[in-house]
Design a protein around this ligand. Structure first.
Ligand code: ATP
Ligand code: SF4
Ligand code: MG
Length: 339
């Protein structure tokens, strides 16, 4: 079956998730908007601490409480607002309609339960069948993620299986209830290159078979090129540029995106140069008044330092927050259904 990009399934508008700490209010997600279509893959990229995981956790209403709170915005899944749902309603939605592979899958499996048990626990939330049927579903789930000899593997404990296999089990748990949207938060960082390639292929095959909308969080532009249709670049809690993969690679319009792409090493470069943009991102509890990238931007002027830039449309479904674009492009307010 081939992948078909369908209707918008997820619309996020002006999302704000703040962490209330003893040292101040950390604006981890500070006005992020995007949309996702069925069968589409959206990549989220940005330096460490830019708010990628917090955005993803917010979509499931799992931002760590009591510190983190969604203070403003809208998240519509299949047209339904998630921010007004009760915790009970959210439990029925998580896993079944929107699911997530956490950033550190090695620790998302409980070492004291077999992998079969952990799959069954996830499945029975939405399919309260008899034990035999649940075991069958767990075995089918492992088959779906190409785990060999799944009938035997269900009895294994996490320490008995390899890192690559653990990753597949975590994937199996995430898709066990056939969600329409799957978020994969850096799912391949801890894997070696061959296993990583296999895992990415597997995710693509699952997407082709189920037409789910995939949000792929990564530091790796190589993965973005292979996996994604569109990209959202995050900086200091904001989405500073969004566009198709082709536009972002061919016509990066925000100086931060340009710097990120310039810092991707070529074959001859030292890998340590990756993401080595001069300077540091701002602290999120003491943000600069104007453009957050201004302290590191070679083009910053006085206005940049005092006024946050508007989003400028630089092409069909391609927007960037940068004053430099004002001369060339007219501002267009973001619409969640763009793209
Ligand atoms: N529980 C918390 N309490 C206070 N601040 C937090 C908490 N969790 C995250 N933050 C802050 O929120 C910001 C965004 O964090 P987030 O984990 O979303 O970053 P990220 O983009 O996923 O980074 P990485 O690439 O390292 O995974 C960071 O500045 C982080 O320090
Ligand atoms: S608004 Fe100014 S400081 Fe910010 S990225 Fe654009 S040119 Fe640089
Ligand atoms: Mg993260």
């Amino acid at each position: 079956m081939s992948r078909r990009i369908g209707d918008v399934i997820l619309e996020v508008d002006d999302l704000h998730t703040y962490c209330f700490t003893s040292y101040g209010v950390v604006k981890a997600v500070d006005g992020v908007s995007f949309s996702l279509r069925q069968g589409e893959t959206l990549g989220i990229v940005g330096e460490s601490g830019s708010g990628k995981t917090m955005t993803a956790l917010s979509l499931l209403r799992l931002a760590p409480r009591p510190t983190a709170r969604i203070v403003k915005g809208s998240i519509r899944l299949g047209g339904e607002e998630l921010l007004t749902k009760s915790e009970r309603e959210m439990r029925a939605i998580r896993g079944r309609r929107i699911s997530m592979i956490l950033q550190d899958p090695q620790t998302s499996l409980n070492p004291v339960f077999t992998i079969g048990n952990q799959l069954i626990e996830a499945i029975k939330i939405h399919h309260p069948d008899g034990h035999r049927s649940l075991v069958r579903r767990a075995i089918d789930g492992l088959k779906q993620v190409r785990v060999a000899a799944p009938e035997r593997r269900v009895a294994d404990y996490p320490h008995q299986i390899s890192g690559g296999m653990k990753q597949r089990v975590v994937g199996a748990i995430a898709i066990s209830c056939e969600p329409r949207v799957l978020i994969a938060d850096e799912p391949t960082t801890s894997l070696d290159v061959t296993i990583q390639a296999q895992y990415l292929r597997l995710l693509r095959e699952i997407q082709q078979a189920t037409n789910l909308g995939l949000i792929f969080i990564t530091h790796d532009f190589g993965i973005v090129a292979k996996m994604c249709d569109r990209v959202m670049v995050m900086y200091a809690g904001r989405a500073v540029e969004t566009g198709s993969v082709r536009d972002i690679f061919n016509r990066p319009s925000h100086p931060y995106t340009q710097a990120l792409l310039n810092s991707v090493p070529s074959m001859d470069d030292d890998i340590a140069r990756l993401y080595s943009i001069a300077g540091q991102p701002p602290t999120l509890w003491d943000l600069p008044e104007g453009c957050r990238f201004a302290p590191r931007c070679p083009h910053a002027d006085d206005r940049c330092r005092h006024e946050y830039p508007r989003a400028f449309s630089v092409g069909e479904g391609h927007t960037a927050d940068c004053w430099r674009l004002e001369k060339e492009w007219t501002p267009r307010p973001f619409s969640a259904s763009t793209g």
